[in-house]
Design a binder for this molecule. Sequence first.
Ligand code: NAP
Length: 276
Amino acid sequence: MKRVALITGASRGIGRGIALELARIGFDLVVNYAGNQTAALQTVGDCREVARAEGRKISAESCQADVGQAADRRRLLEFAKEKFGRLDLLVNNAGITSIGRADILEATEENFDRLMAVNLKGPYFLTQQAAKWMIEQAAARRSSANENDAGAADPEPFRPKIITISSISAYAVSTNRGDYCLAKAALGMLTKLYAVRLAEYGINVYEICPGIVASDMTAGVKEKYDKLIADGLTPIRRWGVPEDVGKAVAAIAQDALPFSTGEVINVDGGFHLRRL
Ligand code: NAP
């Protein structure tokens, strides 16, 4: 049976990098996007191609949905149910940067609300709905295993997982992106809350904390970070690439951390290390 992953915001950037790495290891994929259908279709095609190069055949489907809207979140999960009938991995990746990057003394409530809807409320409630579905799937598998062969070990145990992409902005202060920092800090608690709540169902929950990663989101501040990185901002002196995050997700997806939950995985070139 093929495993299925749903990645939010997978048309471009880090989400696309995650989709490609999951395709490489044979996951079927739901590639969610907000508005850029061309990029989403490109990612879907590239995922199939990457899998083929590994000698695998995967199914990948794109689905437009704004994770900041409740009706869209429901539709996204319905899409995954209809197309694949199962979910092994949810990756909450979709996110936007602070709208207008205004100083916190000037930032507006309207922009705050929009960012919170996409970056925090979206993953919080998508996780809730996906987790309920994962719990149902686990129960259904248990009851069919009981009916079919009492006592036999499941050859392919169902070990669903949830991964949320936060950021070094969860703890590093940027006074022109207050809402972004707040949302990313809260995702740490989201991970801990669901890790505790879902452990009894065998669902492990993780937070991945990327550093400075080359994508459309950071394109506008490239020169600033080029200089900071060259000056030693990160012990590993290079930009992160989406593939770096994808590889961390793929490791978790392959059950590399079975006795860890609520854990933060830093993918940041060592940015988080305090130095003297
Ligand atoms: P990006 O290049 O701007 O790509 C954003 C992706 O999210 C796109 O696929 C976009 O879809 C999708 N998206 C945006 N709003 C959405 C919505 N309301 N509903 C569904 N999808 C939506 O961003 P990125 O740099 O890859 O960032 C991805 C995640 O990593 C974000 O959560 C970000 O905060 C986090 N992160 C980024 C960095 C970094 O340095 N880049 C560092 C740490 C954390 P469309 O293509 O349709 O617009």
